[in-house]
Structure formats: C-alpha cells, structure tokens
Design a protein around this ligand. Sequence first.
Ligand SMILES: [Zn+2]
Length: 130
Amino acid sequence: MTETLPADVALVLEAVLGEDDPVHLALRRQVPHLRVQGRCTCGCGTAHFALDTHAVEPAPSGPGTVVAAKVLVLAEDGECPGEVLVFAQGGYLSWLEVCSWSDETEVTLATAERSLRRGRRPSPGAEAPE
Ligand SMILES: [Zn+2]
C-alpha cells in the first residue's frame, strides 16, 4: 500500500535537492508525484518511494542507481552523527536513506530537518582530506 508523501520526507527532499543542479531540479519536479511505498521500521525515517514514471521526466543521472544528493546531519554541538542520502534509479527518485554513524545521537528525519534548517553543508566527497 502506498501513502501520500509525509511532510517530513517532503521537507527534507526539498532541502537536500538544490536548485542549481540539473539532476536536482528534475528530481524536485518529481516530488509532487512521489508516494511512500515503505518506511524503515526502526524509526530512522528511511523511506522507499513509488513514482508514476509516466507522469514525470527522468533526471539526467544515468540509467543506474546513483546517490543523487547527500547532506551531512549536524547536531547542535557541531558533531556530525550521520547523513541523508537521496537515491535515484534510472533518473527517478527511488529512496531516501537516513544513515547514523553515532551510538549516542539518534539520527532521524527530524534531526536531519533541524540540521538542514540551520544551514546546508555539502557532504565531503571521496577526495576529502583525512
Ligand atoms: Zn531505519
């Protein structure tokens, strides 16, 4: 069973997908057509999407599965307890994953949303210094 997009998922997608990237822009246009197919049962907020691919244009992210967007989740104390990843499959929004690296700080969509409201910071790529 699918359900309409919960507000927390919509808010985080909106914050994670920028407006200056053609892939992000195309994915933003898919958000109104998105439905949640299932959510992780642990409470982290990870959501799998169902999308009517006939109703939207695919993003130019290639035929495979890619991380279309990722942002670090920053706690109030400046710690970085996790990140949020947005996956696209074949150019269509596929799922949103909330990753937690911390044993002490619980990372959920609500944590991510608070972090995103405080300011965006791109996640370091593979070339980031140690
Ligand atoms: Zn989970």
